[in-house]
Design a protein around this ligand. Structure first.
Ligand code: NYM
Ligand code: MG
Length: 212
């Protein structure tokens, strides 16, 4: 029998340009939390393991071509197909550290010129993160970091547009961490933000939905 009063986990989202250091920081964060006795899991979007995720992956690796709105909706569907599992995990006390979420969806698609409100619409009703951490790095610095992997979107000119779109989405609740600092410093700042967030959720902060 589970304890019905068990506190929920926190929904933590890391956002940023390609090569901003999100993926490394997300895994470090999960290890850190587990070391603190906080049950946590690493999630990422796109989740390439599902059927939808495989279509996205083929698009990103340029082995398939899709209309801009079509791929936008697939990215969104990839979050919708995980929504109920996400909610269950949070309610059973797991903290989820999520590498990209709806903000990537909106920033990357609106960087192509799609209307931002149109981009946000399919995200409405997804779970709202308890905290969004933006790993801030200039597109130029990101490009210098050992180059990109060669997927679609991994081009300096496009990343500049993505950075502009993120700055439009950005609100006061976001925690901005300077991604150019030494890895250990970024790590420390993230730990602080996330521990505070976990505490708030344990105290009963309600789970909300997008777009808020
Ligand atoms: N991306 C990611 C989108 O365009 N829309 C989305 O909704 C999400 C979640 O996919 N360049 C883009 C951003 C990345 C690319 O992500 C693959 P990653 O984190 O490199 O696997
Ligand atoms: Mg990538």
């Amino acid at each position: 029998e589970g304890n019905k009063m068990e506190s929920r986990g926190a929904l933590v989202v890391l956002e940023g340009l390609d090569r901003s250091g999100k993926s490394s920081q997300c895994s470090r964060l999960v290890s850190f939390l587990e070391g603190q006795g906080i049950s946590a899991e690493l999630w990422r979007f796109p989740d390439r393991t599902t059927n939808v995720g495989q279509m996205i992956s083929a698009y990103l690796s340029n082995t398939s071509q899709l209309d801009d709105r079509t791929i936008h909706l697939l990215f969104s569907a990839n979050r919708w197909e995980k929504r109920s599992l996400m909610e269950t995990k949070l309610k059973t006390g797991k903290t989820l550290i999520v590498d990209r979420y709806s903000y990537s969806g909106v920033a990357f698609s609106s960087a192509k010129g799609l209307d931002i409100e149109w981009c946000k619409a399919p995200e409405i009703g997804l779970l709202a993160p308890d905290v969004v951490v933006y790993l801030d790095i200039s597109p130029e610095k990101a490009a210098e970091r050992g180059g990109y992997g060669g997927e679609r979107y991994e081009k300096l000119e496009f990343q500049k547009k993505v950075a502009d779109c993120y700055s439009v989405l950005h609100d006061v609740s976001w925690k901005v961490v300077d991604g150019c600092q030494p890895m250990e410093d970024v790590e420390k700042q993230l730990q602080e933000v996330v521990l505070d967030c976990v505490t708030e959720c344990r105290k009963g902060k309600l789970l909300a939905t997008l777009w808020s």
